[in-house]
Design a protein. Structure first.
Length: 152
């Protein structure tokens, strides 16, 4: 539901929903799920332009993901790995770069490149979105030839 609120331009509502989910997760030991929730929290902060809070939530996502053990969590969260974290982080940095390209476009591109390099063949849609995001990073930086080549 939080993701839908973000798509609808309602980051405050999304953040409230994420915080409710996180509160419900406190007793759980599913670090991969906690990591995913932190990325949704970071997304809401990015949508609000709260860069420091975005970085804190992203850091917490990485810490939780590092604690994840294969096979010990619900099957539906297995997609959330380091490549997904890099892609989500890059996408949110791209959101911030649209407001301040000089500060955020290159870090967004670095994170997206990491996602592209580590995603498996099963992540076709995510891979395509990564390439589009990478091209946009190049455009924001003013590198039109790089934007064209980033999709190849």
């Amino acid at each position: 539901m939080a993701r839908q609120m973000l798509y609808r331009g309602r980051p405050h509502d999304a953040l409230e929903l994420v915080h409710l989910a996180q509160k419900g997760m406190r007793k759980s030991s599913a670090p991969r799920v906690k990591a995913m929730l932190h990325t949704r929290e970071a997304w809401a902060y990015a949508a609000m332009g709260r860069t420091a809070a975005f970085k804190r939530a992203t850091s917490e996502a990485a810490e939780n993901l590092a604690d994840a053990e294969p096979g010990e969590e619900p099957f539906w969260i297995t997609y959330f790995d380091s490549a997904e974290l890099a892609g989500v982080t890059g996408g949110r940095l791209l959101d911030l770069a649209r407001q301040d390209p000089r500060k955020h476009a290159e870090p967004a591109a670095e994170s997206i490149r990491e996602a592209v390099a580590t995603r498996g063949p099963e992540a076709g849609r995510s891979h395509a979105l990564d390439l589009i995001g990478l091209a946009e990073c190049h455009f924001l930086i003013g590198d039109v030839p790089g934007a064209v080549l980033s999709g190849w």
